[in-house]
Design a protein around this ligand. Structure first.
Ligand SMILES: Nc1ncnc2c1ncn2[C@@H]1O[C@H](COP(=O)(O)OP(=O)(O)OP(=O)(O)O)[C@@H](O)[C@H]1O
Length: 629
């Protein structure tokens, strides 16, 4: 503690005393001065040490002004304390020694020497004492220095730690911010969730109420169901009874349908298996200037015809009545007759085809007499010809037959016989076509390479008809007037199946628009193979019909392509309708008369009973199943 006081107390005084000359001072004063010198030495060294403490890295840390230069000395050990005490003790001894010094006279050199010597001894011991003290202090200073170094290192470490902690703090702050943000977000979500939950709870409440209501309704319905089940069981009993009854009625219907077919056929047979209708076309606009024949329509089936001027009175087979010839047919249609009225008569035969009979309808007559008009007509629904009406009728009838358990498949093909060659009107790729028998036993025939279309609607068949008409028109441009020089045949095959009764009926319907029947004159006729073929085929058609009429053993079907092709539809298992078309023009009178005579002959041909094809349903494609009934 004494040392500290020495060092820190008033150092500037010590400095001032140093500057004064020591000689003039009294001994006491000098002793004081020596003490001050000791203090000076003691204070100077630490002052330098403390002035600046070099930090590691060269930085100088100034010591704060308020901080004491040297802190109170820790009592490091007994030695240092002892030494301190000893310094203090010695100092006080020296002072004690100095106090009893006697004043020496100037002349007492010995006394003065002793005195100086004593002072010197004292000073020496004091110097030694101070040196020891300095060494001690140096040790303390070194110790402090070491401690300061350690502290400095600690400060550096702490600063590094501080910097690291600052960084960590930044990270922590960042994390904290994120957490805060997330927390806010979660809080928002939580709020939303709470709202949703509230809504859900409200909905749940409503739903529960609804459930309650529904449960009540279900209970009510369950009661109703029970009642209904009771009713149902009684009704199902009734249904079973009715089903049985329906079955019986269906059987009855089937039997009645059979009877009806037989009766229908009987009526057709009574009307004649070969029938001839005569249709007189009206004078068309471009013929307005031309003279008409004199035609009287006696009744529904008889007409008489003569030249306009009454000059012709010859008769071949018809009766002569005032210069006119009379012809009778199954039906005569005057120029005013509509397409519908003609079809009304024809529809009976279409019905027969649906019931499994073969039917053949010929439109016969000279060129321009109205054959194509009758068979095809025009696009106007009112003016539709026999072919489109037949198709419509078939589809109408099919629906009724379906009620009786019949299902129908319809196949159609369109061909033309020109110059004794068959041309496919649905496929104009100039393939060769032959007529072949389906098998060696039956009479059924087919044409090779002929395109056969399955028809599912009237529209599909109309489409086929349009294609056939177009192809015929293309051929007509290649060969002048070809349409009137070829036979056009529309073939419709109707395949009916009754699955339950295992029955099948197949009917073929041939609708033929024949080539013009007019006879070409002289050399022209002899020259062209075309004319020869037409004449041949038409004549052969007449021969076949006559042979049938006379019930000849041999019927010359194969003498022409037309009769060969129509063989199954001419004769035993068929119904034939000859639709004679005549022109009302006086210019055409001779040809009209020829046609009337030809048709009149056909009308007289009575075929034997027609037999229907009825098949047991084993294999629809095999004709071996066919039996005559
Ligand atoms: N019943 C009728 N009512 C109105 N016009 C008719 C009737 N019959 C025929 N015609 C008209 O007479 C003309 C000749 O008829 P269509 O072409 O049918 O004769 P076609 O005998 O078929 O002749 P082609 O042998 O040359 O084919 C046509 O313009 C047709 O419209």
């Amino acid at each position: 503690m004494v040392i500290q006081t020495i060092i820190t107390d008033d150092p500037p005084k010590v400095t001032r005393k140093e500057n004064k000359p020591p000689v003039s001072q009294p001994p006491l004063a000098r002793a004081k001065t020596m003490a001050s010198m000791v203090r000076k030495n003691t204070t100077q060294e630490p002052a330098v040490t403390r002035a600046a403490v070099k930090r590691p890295g060269g930085a100088t840390n100034p010591i704060p002004a308020k901080r004491p230069a040297i802190r109170p000395l820790p009592k490091t050990g007994a030695s240092s304390a002892a030494s301190s005490n000893s310094v203090a003790g010695k100092t006080s001894k020296t002072a004690a020694k100095a106090a009893p010094a006697k004043s020496v006279s100037k002349w007492d050199w010995k006394g003065r020497f002793e005195l100086v010597n004593t002072e010197l001894t004292t000073l020496k011991s004091k110097t030694k004492e101070l040196t020891d003290q300095r060494d001690e202090l140096q040790g303390i200073v070194d110790e402090f220095q070491e401690k300061e170094d350690i502290s400095t290192q600690k400060i550096v470490d702490l600063e590094a730690a501080n910097s690291q902690l600052s960084e960590e703090l930044t990270v922590v702050k960042k994390d904290m911010k994120e957490i805060t943000d997330r927390n806010e977000q979660i809080e928002t979500e939580l709020k939303e969730t709470k709202e949703s939950l509230d809504k859900a709870n409200a909905s749940l409440k409503e739903f529960r109420e609804l459930c309650k209501k529904h449960r009540k309704t279900i209970e009510e319905n369950a009661d109703q169901i029970k009642d209904l089940e009771t009713i149902l069981s009684s009704k199902s009993k009734t249904v079973d009874e009715l089903t049985e009854r329906v079955k019986d009625l269906q059987n009855l219907c089937h039997e009645m349908d059979k009877d009806r077919r037989v009766l229908h056929n009987t009526i057709q047979e009574m009307k004649g298996n070969i029938r001839v209708f005569c249709r007189v076309r009206p004078r068309i606009a471009k013929e307005s200037a031309k003279t008409l024949c004199a035609i009287n329509y006696i009744d529904e089936s008889t007409l008489e015809i003569g030249r306009a001027d009454g000059s012709d009175s010859l008769s071949c087979s018809g009766k002569i009545r005032g210069g006119k010839q009379e012809f009778s047919f199954d039906k005569v249609f005057p120029p005013t007759a509509s397409q519908a009225s003609v079809f009304e008569e024809l529809s009976m035969l279409v019905q027969s085809a649906l019931e499994g009979y073969n039917v053949c309808v010929f439109a016969y007559g000279q060129t321009g007499s109205g054959k194509t008009y009758t068979m095809e007509g025009s696009n106007d629904r009112e003016l539709e010809g026999m072919i489109p009406r037949t198709v419509r009728h078939i589809f109408d009838q099919m629906k009724e037959f379906e009620l009786l358990g019949w299902e129908y498949k319809i196949e159609a093909s369109f061909l033309e016989i020109y110059n004794e060659h068959i041309v496919d009107l649905l496929d104009f790729n100039q393939k060769t076509h032959d007529i072949r028998m389906v098998d060696s036993k039956g009479q059924d025939l087919y044409v090779t390479n002929l395109q056969v279309e399955e028809i599912h609607s009237p529209e599909e068949l109309h489409q086929c008809l349009r294609i056939a008409q177009q192809n015929r028109a293309v051929a007509a441009t290649k060969s002048n007037e070809r349409s009137s020089r070829s036979h056009s045949v529309a073939r419709i095959r109707l395949i009916g199946t009754h699955t339950e009764k295992e029955e099948m009926c197949i009917g073929n319907l041939n609708l033929v628009d024949l080539a013009g029947s007019e006879r070409l004159k002289g050399e022209e006729a002899a020259r062209t193979a075309e004319t020869k073929n037409i004449n041949k085929s038409l004549a052969n058609l007449g021969n076949v019909i006559l042979a049938l009429l006379k019930k000849q053993d041999h019927i010359p079907y194969r003498n022409s392509k037309l009769t060969h092709l129509l063989m199954p539809s001419l004769g035993g298992n068929s119904k034939t309708l000859m639709l004679l078309n005549i022109s009302p023009l006086d210019d055409c009178y001779n040809e009209t008369l020829n046609s009337l005579r030809f048709a009149s002959n056909v009308n007289n041909c009575k075929l034997g009973n027609v037999k229907r094809t009825k098949t047991m349903l084993q294999n629809p494609n095999s004709s071996n199943n066919t039996s005559q009934v």
